[in-house]
Unconditional design. Structure first.
Length: 517
């Protein structure tokens, strides 16, 4: 599974944070900077090939590490965590939900201070006057932040700004003579180029690892990937490395380590870094005290698959972002965008994926008019939408007290209703809404059973799913669903596009039709 570096909470043992390396001072190289500034660390490189290793590499990275290490820092944080209600006691490290009650103490004081979990991560100076880059998830909600330097000093730090969408943050310590490094926005590392990571794995302090760029433009299948094309590296990064930099062979910062892919939780040689071009732009804005504002349409969408394209009757070769649902009274709805539209371009720039649409909109200023080209009912149309300000992640993706986005229903299903394409569906009654934890404003028919071996079962459609549209028609009864599917089959479609809501999320799926019903 993909492990974004996060805190492991525990009262006694504390917590150690995710991936990354800790950088060293600002680096110059031929043609990149005119001359070194005071406090700037300078690594030399032979003229010629930008990524050709200097003489001796890769026999040793010692000179690079020695030069950049003074800009590397460890970051220690304390973050409040909720105590179990009604009971005081000792929390078992690594098991945040398990508490041993303290003798003679059964009730917690109503105004008791929250427990604090210890956390650790990495970071690096990017200016002489004390600005430090790290990951958002390292410092988010921290009550206190301390920075440990290679010379043994421990300094208090304050949060300057953070951006959830790219997982970047800037903190600051007092002072004006720190060794620092800088981002190399123009660096274009190739797959196979050497990289070096320096950081704070497992709280051990300055640790260097080396590897290569394994891939570029990685999508981590999470919300951050809408804004970041990650570098994949195989230099070992572990818990506590989060927020540290990735260096190239000349000590230039080409990325900020943020996540790992691991079935075990430890390094297996698949790490991900935010490219310097993205990190520089975001951290510059944060250092200026600005909030990161992004454009907003108010749609749920995804990259259109071939099955979905066929279900919509679109010709081969058409690519775009398929709109699952539209936020009521949002910019998209006001501009005339509907569910089942396929957006293919914004302001003349082609859109082939859901992430491409997110980035095109996010790059717009609040209030900008966007010319959106879309496919609807097989025809290309253009609508104009005025971009709004994107809400915070907490507003867009609310969670319950345990941090779960959509708790699964605990009551088993009761088969009932009409069976269509292997799906037993029933009208959506108040009782079924309660049974499957369906919001009151959701309408349609609810799936109460999925036949084994059916196309729906193969597609993973879960019990409790609400089907609200089929073949571009609203569905409120099982008979309407059957009629829509029959119409899709009569039109020669190999699949039918369904608008569904499952566990609070609305999406479009293409259900492959059986040969006969």
């Amino acid at each position: 599974m993909l492990k974004r570096k996060e805190f492991i909470l525990g009262a006694a043992a504390g917590l150690i944070v995710a991936a990354g390396a800790t950088a060293g001072g600002v680096i110059s190289w031929p043609g990149a900077h005119a001359e070194a500034r005071p406090g700037q660390l300078v690594a030399s490189a032979g003229a010629g090939l930008a990524f050709a290793p200097p003489q001796g590499a890769p026999l040793s990275f010692a000179d690079i590490v020695q030069q950049v290490a003074p800009a590397v820092v460890q970051i220690e944080v304390e973050t409040p965590v909720e105590r179990p209600q009604g009971i005081q006691g000792f929390q078992i490290p690594g098991l945040p939900g398990l508490v041993i009650p303290s003798p003679g103490q059964q009730q917690e004081e109503p105004d008791a201070e929250p427990q604090l979990a210890q956390g650790a991560g990495s970071g690096f100076f990017i200016s002489r006057d004390g600005y430090i880059v790290t990951n958002n998830h390292v410092v988010a909600n921290a009550k206190s932040i301390k920075v440990k330097m290679t010379d043994g000093r421990t300094l208090d730090a304050t949060l300057v700004g953070r951006d959830e969408n790219t997982d970047l943050a800037v903190i600051k310590v007092q002072g004006d003579d720190f060794k620092f490094v800088s981002f190399e926005e123009q660096a274009d590392p190739r797959v196979g180029d050497w990289v070096v990571a320096v950081g704070n794995p497992f709280g051990l302090g300055g640790t260097a690892t080396a590897g290569i760029v394994s891939a570029r433009g990685r999508d981590l299948q999470d919300r951050s990937s809408a804004y970041v094309d990650y570098l994949q590296i195989d230099a070992a990064i572990n818990r506590g490395n989060s927020g540290g930099p990735t260096f190239d062979i000349y000590g230039r910062v080409i990325g900020v380590n943020s996540a790992i892919f691991s079935p075990t939780g430890g390094s297996v040689g698949i790490g991900f870094a935010i490219p310097a071009s993205t990190a520089k732009s975001i951290t510059d804005q944060l250092m200026r005290g600005g909030n990161i504002e992004r454009g907003y349409l108010g749609v749920s969408m995804k990259t259109m698959s071939d099955d979905e394209r066929a279900a919509l009757g679109l010709p081969e070769g058409v690519k775009g972002a398929l709109i699952n649902s539209v936020t009521p009274d949002g910019p998209a709805e006001k501009g005339g965008i509907r569910a089942e539209d396929v957006i293919v371009a914004v302001n003349g720039q082609a859109v082939e994926t859901g992430n491409a649409l997110t980035r095109a909109v996010a790059n717009a200023r609040v209030g900008d008019e966007l010319r959106v080209e879309l496919m609807r009912d097989g025809r290309r149309q253009t609508v104009t939408v005025r971009a709004a300000k994107r809400p915070s992640e907490a507003e867009l993706y609310p969670t319950d007290e345990e941090g779960n986005a959509n708790p699964s229903p605990a009551v088993p299903a009761v088969p009932s209703g009409l069976t269509v394409e292997g799906l037993s569906v029933s009208p959506l009654t108040a009782a079924l809404k309660s049974r499957y934890s369906i919001a009151n404003d959701v309408s349609g028919v609810v799936v109460t059973q999925v036949a084994r071996g059916s196309k729906a079962a193969q597609g993973g459609l879960p019990v409790g799913t609400v089907i609200s549209r089929a073949f571009s028609r609203p569905v409120n009864t099982p008979q309407e669903l059957k009629a829509a599917i029959d119409a899709a089959r009569a039109a020669g479609r190999p699949s039918v596009l369904l608008q569904v809501t499952a566990q609070g999320t609305t999406a479009l799926i293409a259900l492959e039709l059986s040969k006969s019903e």
